[in-house]
Write a protein that binds this ligand. Structure first.
Ligand SMILES: *[C@@H]1O[C@H](CO)[C@@H](O)[C@H](O)[C@H]1NC(C)=O
Ligand SMILES: *[C@@H]1O[C@H](CO)[C@@H](O)[C@H](O)[C@H]1NC(C)=O
Ligand SMILES: *[C@@H]1O[C@H](CO)[C@@H](O)[C@H](O)[C@H]1NC(C)=O
Length: 425
């Protein structure tokens, strides 16, 4: 049998639905990627009623085990029958998948294993994560690259590697202002304190501070609707680890990062401050006439260790026009542009960002040098104000090119030249 269809029984009689395509199917497509394994998992159930927000953290989720390389990660929100839920009913603000080490002796003791950068502490630590664009954004990592996980040598004695997912979703059925609810405008949430009970600054207009777990966005007068149970359905592809796979590092750059460089005696010390979301002020009418109502936000920061860019994608919210990452010399490292839906169905919801374009540079063609200062630019349409917007850039970087390519490829002399240029600097 070779079926990936999601019949009701199939999904819900097995909490974990594991499809080992490589062993159960044969066919021309699978021959070329015979080693690739694939599984579809469901997050724990979350319940949402009209206007409600869930911001749940679910520990120890189902995930590929063992020493493997992740090749892709896709997700979407589904209901109990497995039907995809459109964004205009349940807005998927974001989902994040985070790696951690769990103490076997003390179940309360767990340490986040963050990605390679660049925000402070455990801010934006995820290995995988997207928002409304998740159904229409490519996440495949080309051969021979992969995200290495589960390497026993990296797991401390007495700990296990585990994964958690954070799902932030907003049920906008029957709300007065769908865009306002998805932008987490504070006035619609009737909140005066944040999730930690601290009072919210009166000038804070909107963002994650106002739409935490269990908050309620303003409904149309008298609207009532049923609660329903939803899941994040996620599909992971991976291959068993071997020495021919080239590991990639994950970087997430946040346009709100206000980096302070301080020069201590040993060298440069950096003090990142990623705030994750920001406000796009509405432009004034004069600008509007000139059709120049765009809001541009930029940040510059160095990448301590560079490498070859394998994949890049930005994350923006409604109103986003595009985002570009530049190198120190002004060259474009990757430009990522949103696609807006124009229909009703899940994956094509009118007015929502349903996909982001991605960058897959030709092997070896985009290199970031060690210590190079990158500039991230995030552009929004500012005809109207937008609260709680984001400007993140997710980058996969390989420190080496695959060795055989380097030696035997017909393009090897090109790579040699590139390397020599950088070695001379
Ligand atoms: C992990 O640690 C955090 C605090 O550091 C704690 O709140 C949480 O309950 C722990 N989770 C598990 C599954 O141990
Ligand atoms: C707003 O919150 C207050 C208490 O914090 C409550 O008394 C009031 O009914 C709420 N208003 C609405 C419209 O939900
Ligand atoms: C911004 O959005 C308005 C509609 O809200 C549209 O008329 C305008 O063309 C957009 N501007 C840009 C630069 O996309």
């Amino acid at each position: 049998m070779c079926s990936t269809s999601m019949s009701e029984n199939f999904v819900f009689s097995l909490a974990i639905l594991l499809l080992l395509l490589s062993t159960s199917c044969s066919g021309s497509i699978l021959k070329t990627k015979a080693k690739i394994k694939s599984a579809v998992f469901l997050s724990p159930k979350f319940e949402l009623g009209p206007g409600l927000v869930v911001n749940g953290i679910y520990y120890d989720i189902d995930f590929p085990r063992g020493h493997v390389a992740i090749k892709s990660f896709n997700a979407e929100v589904v209901d109990e029958a497995g039907n995809p839920i459109p964004l205009h009913e349940t807005y998927l603000h974001h989902w994040l998948v985070v790696r951690y080490h769990q103490s076997k002796a003390n179940l309360q003791w767990n340490n986040t294993v963050r990605n390679s950068g660049t925000c402070q502490g455990n801010t934006l630590p995820q290995y995988f994560g997207l928002g409304s664009e998740t159904r229409g954004t490519a996440t495949d990592i080309p051969d021979p690259f992969g995200i290495e996980i589960g390497n026993p040598a990296e797991i401390p004695e007495g700990f296990e590697e585990k994964w958690l997912v954070n799902v932030h979703a907003i049920d906008t059925r029957g709300v007065e202002d769908k865009l306002g609810c998805t932008e987490c405008k504070c006035e619609l949430y009737n909140v005066t304190v944040d999730s930690h009970g601290r009072s919210i600054r009166p000038d804070y207009k909107g963002g994650l501070v106002c739409c935490y777990d269990h908050t309620q966005c303003k409904l149309k007068e008298g609207f009532e609707g049923p609660k329903r149970s939803l899941y994040l359905k996620y599909t992971v592809e991976w291959v068993d680890w071997d020495d021919f796979i080239v590991p990639v590092k994950i970087y997430i750059i946040d346009v709100t990062d206000t980096l302070k460089l301080s020069d201590d005696s040993k060298g440069m010390n950096s003090d990142h401050n990623c705030k994750i979301d920001y406000i796009v002020e509405a432009c004034n009418a004069d600008h509007n006439e000139a059709n120049s109502c765009v809001h541009v936000k930029r940040t510059s920061l160095p990448l301590q260790i560079g490498g070859y860019v394998i994949y890049g994608v930005a994350h923006q919210h409604s109103g986003g026009i595009g985002s570009t990452l530049y190198g120190q010399d002004g060259r474009v490292i990757c430009s990522s542009i949103p696609t807006y839906g124009n229909g009703n169905d899940a994956g094509n919801e009118a007015g929502y960002i349903v996909g982001m374009s991605t960058c897959y540079p030709k092997l070896g063609s985009v290199k970031i040098i060690d210590g190079e200062t990158l500039t991230l630019e995030s552009i929004y349409n500012s005809t109207k104000e937008h609260a709680g917007v984001m400007g993140l850039f997710y980058l996969l970087v390989a420190e080496q090119l695959p060795y055989p390519h380097f030696r035997h490829s017909t393009r090897s002399s090109f790579f040699m030249d590139v390397n020599n240029i950088f070695l001379d600097n």
